[in-house]
Design a protein. Sequence first.
Length: 594
Amino acid sequence: MTQPPNQPPQGGFGPPQDPPPGGGFGPPQTPPQGAPSTPPPPQGPPSGAPQPGYGYPQQPPAGYGYPGQQPGPYGQPGPYGQPQQPGPYGAPGYGHPQQPQFPGAPGTPPGGGSRNPFKGKPLLIVAAAVAVALVVGGTVWAVSGGDDKKDEPVAGPTEDPKPGKSDGAPVNPGDGSGDGGEDPEDLNEGRQAGESKVLWYKEAPDAPGSGADAPGLWVTGRTAVKAAYKDVYAYNVSDGKPAWDTISFPHKICAVTPQKTADDKVVVAYMSSSSDSAKCNRLQLLDLDTGEKGWTQEVADGALFDSVLSIEMSLTGNTLMVGRSQSGTAYDVRTGRKLFDSKRYGDAPCFPAAFAGGERLIQVASCGAGGTNEHDEVRELDPATGKVKWTYQYQKGWRVERTYSVNPLVVYATKEEDGDKKAWNIAAFTAAGKLRSQVSVDEKFDAGCGWAILARELQGCDGVVAEGDTLYLPTAATTGANEIVAVSLATGKELWRQSSPVEESMVPMKVENGKLIAYVEPSYDAGGRIVALPVSGANHKPAVLMQNPQAVADIENGFFSKAIDWVDGRFYLSTTRLTGNDDAKEKLMLAYGK
């Protein structure tokens, strides 16, 4: 919402301040009349240095105004009936599910805006029109826990995933009965001139009546790989034929690495059993091109309340980081050998609460739970050794929710305010962990963030792109077209904005060859489209790269939640949630091309 003239922003704005010498924690400053603003948060002291207090008033820039944000449409219901998390493009895309964390962990507010859930079923047709989240500042909740557990994960054989269909039948049929046969459903029938073709498609496998998660979408130069319920499927990108036999796990898949390694490998986690007390602790390395299974690993519990009922995983170089509810363990992804533990630290104390990977390994820690020094800290870890490169401390009351990007590092944080209001902050950091800028655009954004159920999901936003010195954020549109706003990471100010070419929302996907590639969502009478927006110059009008067929718009529009990717001129679309409805001819994924 736009702020009234000469009034400070609504909803409690103000991230942490630059610390005065010897000062104590102070609340966010009240902006002067006529200039709603956000003073910058404090500079993070080096790791191990004493943490200064806060309260130093800043000179605010003019023109700040922070509207509330709605939860993004990228989550979907999980086993507990809550919407789930998305993963990044090229890995689990819009809406990869997240397992619940240990009972009693603090809930995670949504980290982004929401598109109209009834408007053309946006990319992850929202199952979560909830809570308004404003942004501006940064400190956070803390998670308490017990002593560190000494037991290390045991490397070696676990329950060996069995290869699929021993009779040699094709995996995940595209026509419901097997690849290679006559296709009774011609999805290209009625295709109009200029529209793309459905190169191939796959029917969804059977799932329990309550539904099942279908995380992951990884595309290599040879294969498109998809996880669904207990299985992992691989298809040739050119013709959709099975690239290798289905890999079937004894119990449901509960986590995957959003990223893939440089040599196209991923790690899949599956449950220890099918009981209510099962843990998400069995790891399996997979080669995306060959289907070859590598090392296995069993992740041990941590200390009291530090469980592996659910885990999060990320890849940074050759390091696999597995996050528990209050700690993490790093492995060499090439061998499965343990590298280091990320444990509680400091006098507060601080507990690792979440990790984000990619080009850098980022950790968020919750410190001083329930005390006067309760706050969150963001740290960068050396992925090979776990050594802390720098630490940035947020002010009390602010909770770090998401990393919109790890390189450049862009962090989203929220703060509880009176009633149901939340303040929000989007901050960019330098490579050395110093505050670089804060987004100062008066707008409702929809970063495509889902829910993290009882934990944080740092990598849970897929409707936002950061590249170089620019952040690309889509606005939230309840009616009509939305816009993509380009924000300078050097200043936090708007550089330019461009509206969607149609009434449906436009969502940034990646920057490619100097252009922002975006997905325009389908409507009831038109397929989606892939467009390219020039990122430099004065003209940012989107040019259509691919227009999907109107004849299959209902399928494209019908996924409850989506994982999408654009690779080598092909558009890949997959579901991230199986309904379990035997009467519905549910699709698992489709590939579009010209």
